[in-house]
Design a protein around this ligand. Structure first.
Ligand SMILES: Cc1cc2nc3c(=O)[nH]c(=O)nc-3n(C[C@H](O)[C@H](O)[C@H](O)COP(=O)(O)OP(=O)(O)OC[C@H]3O[C@@H](n4cnc5c(N)ncnc54)[C@H](O)[C@@H]3O)c2cc1C
Length: 330
């Protein structure tokens, strides 16, 4: 493994807590769609100060995962297509993480994301490469890639859309420079279900996905949101009309222990009974006209671990086994 230096080309803020980061190292980037890369950030004043604090406090040092000597290492799923010189990531700012800001006011923020959201283009970061040649570097890790020719059903929450954007862009020929689709004749069918907390989180990619859906009847896009008042309304995203469904009508995306923290959350029995109603399966059938089935579909989930557990329960109850279902959560 060796570090390869990447240059930050630009940051596209989707909203104050979500942004698309684009990097390049002047070489072709090799990976499989669905894989993640590993970034190491270093040499910033904030990280150096955190390093000094951690050296004096063994407890803090032990709690700071992936951090040592002023360097922080984090995994990010790749949202761009492989085989080009551009790395695109979509990153959520963490506001409750492991960073004790200098001054120690008791507030914690995400170590890596606080850094990244304060960056400006032309700063450098290291990406871990499994191998590097004169013209290309291999930066992909993990086995989260669709295996065969069944229809791929992709279910994501939040930034879990990143690996799926790579899969969709590769399958339907997205040209990153011209920002347009050049759909190859031979491609797999994909259904993409994406749930977000804030409607404006969809601004990141909805425009591209709506355009693809209009161009191509083998692609289905189902955006969901947990914001109150969404219920099956048509809303406008960047001047494009889009129907966004209320996420809780399609799947349960709450965690059991939420009940302690949030007054309107569900207890484990309520969650189980909602899962058994298989809301995802009936919504899927209503929208696509097909029953979810492992003989037709390969299913992938990426995002919130609790939603992932619920989706997996639904998939298993429909006959999906390990060879028909893959999950990545963080
Ligand atoms: C395979 C993989 C792919 C990923 N892909 C993406 C992606 O595409 N986009 C994306 O935005 N993220 C992705 N992530 C998550 C990413 O790696 C980071 O975990 C995330 O950006 C937060 O990093 P951070 O340093 O800002 O937060 P951290 O400081 O590491 O905090 C993260 C969380 O850990 C807890 N925590 C950590 N330290 C402490 C502490 N000392 N005290 C209390 N709580 C603490 C907090 O609950 C906090 O919410 C991925 C993770 C994996 C494993």
């Amino acid at each position: 493994m060796l570090p390869v230096r990447l240059r930050l080309l630009g940051i596209e803020k989707v909203n104050e807590d979500l942004a698309i980061f684009r990097f390049s190292c002047g070489k072709t980037l090799k990976f499989s769609p669905g894989q993640f890369c590993t970034l190491t950030l270093s040499g910033t004043g904030r990280l150096d100060q955190l390093g000094v604090l951690a050296e004096k406090d063994e407890d803090l040092k032990a709690r700071l995962k992936g951090f040592s000597n002023g360097k922080v290492t984090r995994a990010y799923s790749i949202a761009s297509r492989p085989g080009i010189g551009l790395l695109e990531l979509i990153i959520q700012k963490v506001n409750d993480g492991g960073l004790l800001p200098p001054g120690n006011d008791g507030k914690r923020a995400g170590i890596a994301t606080t850094e990244l959201f304060s960056w400006v283009p032309s700063l450098d970061v290291d990406v871990l490469a499994a191998s590097a040649a004169e013209n290309d570097v291999s930066i992909g890790f993990g086995r989260f890639t669709p295996p065969d020719n069944r229809i791929i059903v992709l279910v994501a929450t939040g930034t879990g859309n990143a690996p799926f954007m790579s899969i969709i862009r590769e399958e339907y020929g997205f040209e990153h420079i011209e920002k347009k689709w050049n759909i190859p004749q031979k491609h797999r069918k994909i259904v993409f279900i994406h749930a977000v907390k804030r409607l404006d989180d969809l601004h990141a990619y909805a425009g591209q996905l709506i355009e693809l859906e209009k161009m191509c009847d083998t692609f289905t896009y189902i955006p969901l949101c947990t914001e109150k008042g969404i219920e099956e309304e048509k809303v406008y995203l960047k001047e494009k009309e889009i129907k966004v469904l209320y996420a809780e009508n399609v799947f349960v995306n709450r965690q059991e222990k939420d009940r302690l923290a949030r007054p309107n959350s569900l207890d484990p029995n309520e969650i189980d009974s909602l899962v058994k109603k298989k809301t995802l399966a009936s919504a899927f059938q209503k929208i696509t006209g097909k029953a979810l089935s492992p003989s037709l579909h390969y299913m992938m989930f990426c995002g919130n671990p609790y939603t992932g557990t619920n989706i997996e329960k639904i998939a298993k109850s429909l006959g999906f086994s390990e060879k028909d279902f893959a999950k990545e959560a963080w």
